[in-house]
Design a protein around this ligand. Structure first.
Ligand SMILES: Nc1ncnc2c1ncn2[C@@H]1O[C@H](COP(=O)(O)OP(=O)(O)OP(=O)(O)O)[C@@H](O)[C@H]1O
Length: 343
């Protein structure tokens, strides 16, 4: 459990010290006071990256030389220092030189309003979600994915130079290699989404007993078919100078009462779907030994008071959960932190 948070020159926080006593924490206050930034800092101290920018320097307070985040849990003290020269990370005051040894000391699951793009946004948003989440729980998937990207790049380069009547030796080698790795990816995605779908449905039901949701895998080409398709569609790939088929074109579809959620579900329903999806990930992670913190940024907006209560009452109890919002809430056993201009 996180017991203390200290921010120094992080975003708009010159110096902030919060002592935490409970498992549920609600941080509220007016717009722009830095609620998201606190959740972002907890996220950053876990993964050494932000959920909303790839530019770490944006986290340093304007005109300050560095930013610092200290997170104290029951077990350890985590510190990250961000400066012009990069990010340094420390566990219990000892610098950890290899970031892969530092990250995930505690795990974070975050919902941020940007995550609504999972439903509303482009297929690439959904593929990215799949790849990030699956890589976290299955290392061979991550390795296959980077192998796939590398072969795909080579194949695309080949397609730029290949003529319809050219020798096909290299084309065959690379197409066969790509298909083998692609099938591994498709198979793993299939299994993962099946599990995710079950957990997603169950989580969503705790917030809303009436409606039915689902997430479906729509592979661009079905398992074990890619090799044949790539041979059959060779001329199209040559003409367009790229690889038109494969898991890099896969899609996930979200359904709400058997309809496409993107166009059918309301804003509030979409929000609950994404939160349920994020919580479903917890149900399929197999890592009781790693402490997990849930971060819910601005989850309550667009929800009516009944849905707000249902959401707050059905959050999994075993995980410490930080929630941000604008107005205070009436719910028991939650630590409410009021951010004001002076805090
Ligand atoms: N590097 C920085 N230096 C100083 N201030 C910054 C920096 N980056 C962002 N800010 C400011 O920090 C403030 C905090 O933003 P944040 O998104 O955390 O607020 P919030 O309380 O979550 O707001 P909202 O309720 O509107 O979501 C904003 O006013 C923003 O302009």
């Amino acid at each position: 459990m996180i017991k203390e948070i200290r921010l120094k020159q992080f975003r708009n926080h010159s110096s902030l010290h919060l002592k935490i006593h409970k498992k549920r924490i609600f941080i509220f206050g007016n717009n722009g006071l830095g609620k998201t930034s606190i959740l972002e800092a907890i996220y950053f101290a876990s993964l050494t990256k932000s959920h909303r920018t790839s530019d770490d320097k944006a986290l340093i307070q304007k005109n300050a030389p560095y930013a610092k985040v200290d997170i104290t849990t029951d077990a350890h003290h985590y510190q990250v220092v961000i400066s012009d020269t990069g990010t340094k990370a420390f566990i219990d005051k000892v610098q950890v030189l290899k970031m892969s040894d530092y990250i995930n000391g505690y795990r974070v699951i975050m919902f941020a309003p940007e995550d609504l793009d999972l439903i509303k946004g482009q297929p690439s948003n959904r593929r990215q979600f799949l790849d990030i989440e699956m890589s976290q729980i299955h290392k061979p998937y991550m390795l296959n994915l980077s192998k796939y990207k590398q072969i795909l790049k080579q194949r695309n380069a080949l397609m730029k130079n290949l003529g319809v009547n050219d020798d096909l030796t290299f084309f065959k080698i690379i197409t066969d290699q790509l298909s083998i790795v692609a099938d591994e990816i498709i198979l793993k995605r299939q299994t993962f989404i099946q599990k995710l779908n079950q957990a997603f449905k169950t989580r969503f039901k705790t917030f809303n007993e009436v409606d039915e949701v689902g997430v479906k895998y729509e592979p661009n080409v079905a398992l074990n078919n890619l090799k044949q398709v790539l041979y059959d569609k060779k001329d199209k790939d040559i003409l367009t100078q790229t690889t038109n088929y494969g898991p890099h074109r896969d899609e996930l579809s979200f359904e709400f009462n058997q309809q496409e959620a993107k166009t059918y579900a309301s804003q509030g329903q979409q929000r609950l779907m994404v939160i349920a999806l994020k919580l479903a990930l917890l149900d399929i992670y197999d890592s009781k030994e790693i402490e997990t913190i849930i971060l819910l940024d601005d989850v309550l907006s667009e929800l009516d008071s009944d849905k707000q209560q249902k959401l707050l009452n059905h959050l999994p109890e075993q995980y410490q959960t930080f929630i941000s919002g604008v107005e205070p809430i009436e719910i028991q056993d939650i630590e409410q932190i009021h951010l004001t201009k002076e805090s």
